[in-house]
Design a protein around this ligand. Structure first.
Ligand code: NAP
Length: 256
């Protein structure tokens, strides 16, 4: 008898929230989840997310945009509420939005430190809490936090960013421990050096740019497309036994 083929990466009918969905890695992840069948709540701050919305709709998905400064904790419940109102539930949360401030530690302004922690870490915990409560109640859910190589390494001139991304990795493991038995999977993707606005300053610096490229076994910077497969994997049934994993998507950087 012929076996029925099953697509373990299918996200048809699932609802996903992606923060920072207007540009960069978040836009690619949102479009990639839509390509796999999901409907998307696109969270953006200053960038119009219309381009991302068009990409989602081109794959036949439904998309809604919410404009929220995720550093403002009081606004975060509205994101979850909007997903439920628009699509009737929530299956996937991708905490992607993030900022970086590059200055040596002794000159690192406290306001920069605070802003980076508010956007990269505090919003992640609050959104995980809000989504997690709902997901625990329904008995299933997938949370994907976007970590970094600087979840493992120190970096140069980015103390706030490094502290925030180490904490995102720790938080991912802490929540996974609590929620795995309740059907809620919390994992992270740690992108390597990807060609986006976030790394523009590095790519413009000929010395740092060469040093980085020389260390990447794949011999190239990553692109936003490189994150789509890993994001769909962690959002889907295919990763059903993964909890608290930090998945490096880095062209081999961490093995060097
Ligand atoms: P990016 O191109 O600079 O985009 C940053 C995103 O975060 C934008 O969509 C931005 O929205 C959003 N954002 C920033 N502050 C926000 C706020 N207060 N409220 C809501 N949204 C806010 O960065 P990226 O390279 O795509 O990075 C995405 C994630 O991957 C970040 O967490 C970053 O740390 C991480 N990462 C990137 C790399 C890399 O090489 N690029 C490597 C490792 C990890 P607006 O445009 O609306 O401001």
């Amino acid at each position: 008898m012929k076996e029925q083929r099953r697509n373990r990466f299918d996200l048809t009918g699932k609802t996903a929230i992606v923060t920072g969905a207007g540009r960069g890695l978040g836009q690619a992840i949102a479009a990639g989840l839509a390509e796999a069948g999901a409907n998307l709540l696109l969270v953006t701050n200053r960038t119009s997310a219309e381009e991302t919305k068009a990409k989602v709709e081109a794959f036949g998905g439904k998309a809604r945009i919410v404009q929220v400064d995720i550093a403002d904790r009081s606004k975060l419940p509205s994101i979850i509420d909007e997903a439920i109102e628009s699509f009737g539930g929530l299956d996937i949360l991708v905490n992607n939005a993030g900022i970086i401030r590059r200055t040596p530690a002794v000159e690192h302004a406290y306001s920069d430190w605070q802003e980076v922690l508010d956007v990269n870490l505090n919003s992640v915990f609050a959104l995980c809490q809000l989504a997690g409560e709902l997901m625990i109640e329904q008995g299933h859910g997938k949370i994907i936090n976007i970590a970094s190589m600087l979840s493992f390494q120190g970096g140069i001139n980015v103390p706030g960013y490094t502290a925030s991304k180490h904490a995102v990795a720790g938080l991912t493991k802490a929540l996974a421990n609590e929620w795995a038995s309740k059907g809620v999977q919390v994992n992270a993707i740690a992108p390597g050096y990807m060609s986006t606005d976030n790394t523009e300053a590095l790519r413009k610096d000929p010395t740092r740019s060469r040093q980085i490229l020389d260390r990447i076994p794949a011999g190239r910077w990553g692109t936003d497309e490189d994150l789509i497969g890993p994001a769909v994997f962690l959002a889907s049934e295919a990763s059903g036994y993964m909890n608290g994993h930090i998945l490096c998507v880095d062209g081999g950087w961490m093995n060097r």
